[in-house]
Design a protein around this ligand. Structure first.
Ligand code: C2E
Ligand code: CA
Ligand code: CA
Ligand code: CA
Length: 278
């Protein structure tokens, strides 16, 4: 990896390309990073719009790169997925969330729920649920404290198996959320078979509230869909009071975004929680 020298900055600042060399180099870096625990999680709060209470956190991975500093997931998740390194990375992420939640609980910090992003390859592993249960039990955590976020594209890979996995996960006690709702080729027909607790409306729709009536129409129908399926609806990427007012007016259940708080390191979450208590 040393041979990369100065090119590394360019490597990671370039748009992701299909360039084989790029992928090979990032892959080597990722392997090293997994061995030396360079991945960290930041937590972003989620708020219930009805009672204004904190209702959860989403865990978002970052790479503390020794030379390049903190890298966002868009810089490495695509390569991790192509190289299957997302599987070991995914386990490090789940382990890290469990360890953190266990500690928060031990410190008397109220943890409503923590959401974890799950990659398709991970969910498709035959032993995924068994291993997940083992890990969560090992930390002694109630399963309903964890929400697993999956995407629509994941369902397309192997619909029958994915639906089966989701049903097993739900029976095991986890919460399930459909992430990035509206961005895939949603099969509304299929969604009714998914044992979901929540739908997360993608931030590309929230962004255009007040600017594009078509985006507003999508949000309104997602909220209606959620209501008729008995599933909660969360809007992502809420940045302004105006967006929040719109969502409240249309009885969206919950929201996440910079208006409420950016993703922060776990130490900051603990401090905020203590501030509220004191
Ligand atoms: P996502 O799951 O849709 O995560 C939400 C993204 O929106 C996060 O970006 C978050 O920082 C950003 N965000 C939150 N509030 C706002 C806002 O008000 N405005 C705007 N413009 N953005 C906001 P991030 O952390 O860069 O993550 C990007 C994507 O990487 C995630 O999208 C998710 O697909 C993936 N990812 C993140 N963490 C993990 C992980 O642990 N495992 C896997 N497999 N994928 C992850
Ligand atoms: Ca997510
Ligand atoms: Ca999302
Ligand atoms: Ca739009």
């Amino acid at each position: 990896a040393k041979s990369l020298g100065k090119n590394r900055y360019e490597l990671y600042s370039e748009e992701l390309t299909t360039d084989a060399r790029y992928h090979l180099e990032v892959e080597q870096d990722l392997r090293q990073a997994l061995k030396s625990n360079q991945f960290v999680l930041h937590y972003q709060p989620q708020f219930n719009l009805e009672d204004e209470q904190l209702c959860g956190y989403e865990a978002l991975v970052r790479w503390q790169h020794p030379e390049l500093g903190l890298l966002g997931p868009d810089k490495f998740i695509p390569v991790a997925e192509e190289t299957q390194l997302i599987v070991p990375l995914g386990w490090q992420i789940i382990d890290s969330v469990c360890r953190r939640v266990e500690r928060w609980l031990r410190d008397g910090i109220d943890v409503p729920m923590v959401a974890i992003n799950i990659s398709p390859q991970q969910l498709l592993q035959a032993d995924f649920i068994q291993r997940l249960n083992g890990l969560v039990d090992q930390y002694g955590l109630p399963r309903h404290l964890l929400e697993l976020e999956i995407t629509e594209s994941m369902i397309l890979k192997d619909p029958d198996f994915v639906i089966q996995q989701l049903q097993r996960l739900r029976l095991s006690g986890y919460h399930l959320a459909l992430d990035d709702f509206g961005t895939g080729y949603s099969s509304l027909d299929r969604i009714k078979y998914l044992p979901l607790h929540r739908i997360k409306i993608d931030k590309s729709f929230t962004r255009d509230i007040g600017r594009n009536p078509k985006d507003e129409a999508v949000i309104i129908s997602a909220i209606a869909l959620g209501r008729s399926l008995g599933v909660e609806v969360l809007a992502e990427g809420v940045e302004t009071e105006a967006q929040c007012d719109f969502l409240r007016r249309h009885e969206c259940n919950s929201a996440q975004g910079y208006l409420f708080g950016k993703p922060v390191p776990p130490e900051v979450v603990s401090q905020c929680a203590f501030k509220k208590l004191g």
